[in-house]
Ligand binder design. Structure first.
Ligand code: CU
Length: 645
């Protein structure tokens, strides 16, 4: 390595922008500064150590090369006190800025606890006796999963930080455990004390006979595919500078944390060279999966994958040629383990370009002249494994200034054992004696909008027919109706595909060349409502799922739609609580919360591994520009603009 390369590597490791995620050294320093603080007296379990994101003013006023004040936000817990703590540490000033207990909060379940918890349950004599009643004599072959217990606790559990278990049997190490759900045996575990509080046995149902093998399909692989090669002989068209990405007028920054995984910051578009903001910050802020099987314990399955666990910690290391094709730029990220030690996730974020068919085309009158432009999109993605399931998150940036989020759901459906010959109204039999329960996946996408600046308003736009009469003598007329959503209570909305309902975020203070306010519209695609009852534990805790759209005025502490600590929370926190005040949301700094539901009545074809199911939505400019912003995209190679067919 030359000295120049060495200097480059060193500076790449140091934060160069206030929004850069913490690097390994910063995590180490933050934890050590906290450990030296006199107020921290007992050994802590670390839940997360991440960047304390700077305020908007600080980000706006930052110039390249300026000194960066770095702060970490640390969530830790003292298991002996059953207390969660939050610390803010200045890494730059080497001081603890705040250290506060959060009474009543139940910290999320950590990876370190997960590993210890499985050993603990496997060793419990009551659990082992239950396994023996099921003919299972080697507890090491049992996969024990910790599930958030929500409100399903007993009076004597008060103050405890609990999980309950689902268990699966794996006859040999490569087997699919979800083919062998162990029915009716559940432990309740105190994660703070690391004790098994109780073991409940509802009775034995035999293990299903299938193996759920998805690795070979039991036969020879299908033949007939000849290779496809994607080549970018001149390299990629994007530029990466630290955590900043630039591509085809787009400019944004990448971030990453233990809870939300990938975060996109300061998304902007250079309009004929003039930088214009679109979104200040975008992330998936919650993911909940309610299951619809009413039987004891099966009804408890309400996973809050982000609030109870964190999808950053579940992030895969991606593989070239499998997860991503083409010329890939990967980003490694750093998280903290239970002792606060940094550890990397290699290839956590994938950045690459994709051909996306045609961007626009027209063959002129007389068919003498065709103009075609191909669409290229920039893809930023990461993939998580949440127990049985995989979620792959793709943010797409297009040359016509559209942004899309697409989420691909795959992995293995969650199973329960059925007695031979039985079926259920509440799930699909996907293999003999194997029930995949009906369920839904709800994502809350938090979009801190900044359409041409911070002061934005939101309109609901839907189309209405005009009554027949003097204004509409032929009965053909229809028009969009724009309703300004003035306050939070009026901005709690559902999709309505039959009226073409969309939500338009405008900056009412800026108009385009046509005199229209500049805007971006949220274009929903498929979506669904929850089917849980309003009084159910799930709906009380995940009330945000009852509306597809929420709009709130920006507040830095309002980050998660089911509240800061959903684990064991009885409900009401987050969006339902904040919006009680019915704050005004007109011409101010606003946050859009889009609830995206994916409805899952499992199919036999989802077994033993599920072909990708997709969910998503788009944000498209509406009057943000004066005309099609992609007119300047060059024709495909070898084709001249204005050329004939
Ligand atoms: Cu599903």
């Amino acid at each position: 390595m030359t000295s120049q390369q060495a200097a480059g590597a060193a500076s790449a490791d140091a934060a160069r922008h206030p929004l850069d995620p913490l690097n390994a050294e910063e995590i180490r320093q933050a934890v050590s500064i906290l450990a030296d603080d006199a107020r921290v007296t007992s050994p802590m379990r670390f839940v997360s150590v991440g960047l304390r994101e700077p305020g908007k003013d600080e980000v706006a006023s930052f110039g390249p090369g300026q000194a960066v004040a770095r702060e970490a936000c640390i969530v830790a817990l003292d298991p002996r006190e059953h207390m969660t703590y939050e610390a803010v540490v200045s890494i730059t000033a080497r001081s603890v800025l705040s250290w506060r207990p959060v009474p009543g909060a139940r910290a999320p379940i950590t990876l370190a606890e997960n590993a210890e918890f499985e050993r603990l349950v496997r060793a419990d004599p009551r659990f082992r006796a239950g396994l023996r009643r099921r003919g299972i004599h080697n507890p090491d072959q049992v996969v024990v999963e910790p599930w958030g217990i929500g409100t399903f606790t007993a009076a004597e559990d008060a103050g405890r930080r609990l999980v309950w278990t689902l268990t699966f049997y794996r006859a040999s190490p490569g087997d699919n455990p979800y083919a062998k759900p162990i029915h009716g045996l559940h432990a309740v575990v105190d994660l703070d004390d690391m004790t098994v509080v109780r073991v409940e046995d509802l009775g034995v149902v035999p293990l299903p006979p299938g193996t759920g093998d998805y690795t070979t399909g039991g036969s020879t692989p299908r033949a007939g595919l000849k290779p496809i090669e994607l080549r970018q002989p001149a390299g990629v068209s994007f530029q990466v500078d630290g955590w900043e990405v630039r591509w085809q007028n787009w400019r944004f920054r990448l971030g990453f944390n233990a809870r939300e995984g990938l975060v996109l910051h300061t998304i902007g578009y250079a309009d004929r060279g003039r930088p214009r903001s679109v979104i200040h910050r975008a992330s998936v802020a919650e993911l909940v999966i309610p299951y619809g099987d009413p039987r004891p314990f099966q009804a408890w399955r309400n996973a809050f994958d982000i609030g109870e666990y964190g999808i950053g910690i579940m992030t895969n290391s991606l593989e070239r040629g499998c997860d991503c094709l083409g010329e890939i730029r990967y980003f490694d990220v750093q998280l903290a383990d239970g002792r606060g030690e940094p550890y990397p996730i290699k290839n956590a974020i994938c950045l690459h370009e994709e051909d996306n068919g045609i961007l626009w085309k027209h063959t002129g009158a007389g068919l003498g002249h065709t103009e075609t432009r191909r669409s290229r999109r920039l893809v930023v993605s990461f993939i998580i494994t949440a127990g049985n399931y995989e979620y792959a998150f793709y943010w797409y940036f297009y040359q016509d200034a559209t942004i899309e989020l697409e989420i691909k759901l795959t992995g293995i459906v969650l199973t329960a054992a059925l007695p031979p010959g039985e079926t259920s109204d509440y799930g699909t039999v996907v293999a003999p004696q194997t029930l995949a329960a009906h369920h839904q996946h709800f994502f809350s996408v938090r979009l801190d909008m900044a359409v041409d600046g911070e002061r934005n308003s939101v309109f609901e736009v839907e189309t209405e027919p005009v009554p027949m009469g003097p204004d509409n003598p032929y009965g053909n007329a229809f028009r969009p109706r724009r309703t300004l959503l003035r306050s939070e209570s009026r901005a709690q909305r559902l999709i309505d595909p039959l009226t073409g309902r969309r939500w338009l975020v405008v900056n009412p203070n800026i108009v385009n060349a046509l005199g229209q306010p500049v805007g971006y519209q949220l274009v929903p695609a498929g979506n669904v409502v929850p089917f849980a009852h309003a009084d159910s534990s799930f709906l009380r805790r995940a009330a945000f799922t009852t509306r597809h759209l929420w709009v709130t005025p920006f507040a830095p502490d309002e980050r998660f739609p089911a509240g800061e600590y959903p684990n064991q929370h009885p409900g009401g926190a987050g969006l339902p609580e904040w919006t009680k005040g019915d704050r005004p949301i007109e011409n101010t700094d606003i946050v859009l919360w889009y609830t995206l539901g994916s409805h899952h009545i499992p199919r036999p074809e989802d077994w033993p591994v599920m072909p990708v199911e997709r969910a998503g939505f788009a944000l498209r400019p509406f009057g943000f520009f004066d005309a099609n912003p992609s007119l300047d995209v060059a024709p495909p190679n070898g084709h001249e603009p204005g050329g004939g067919i």
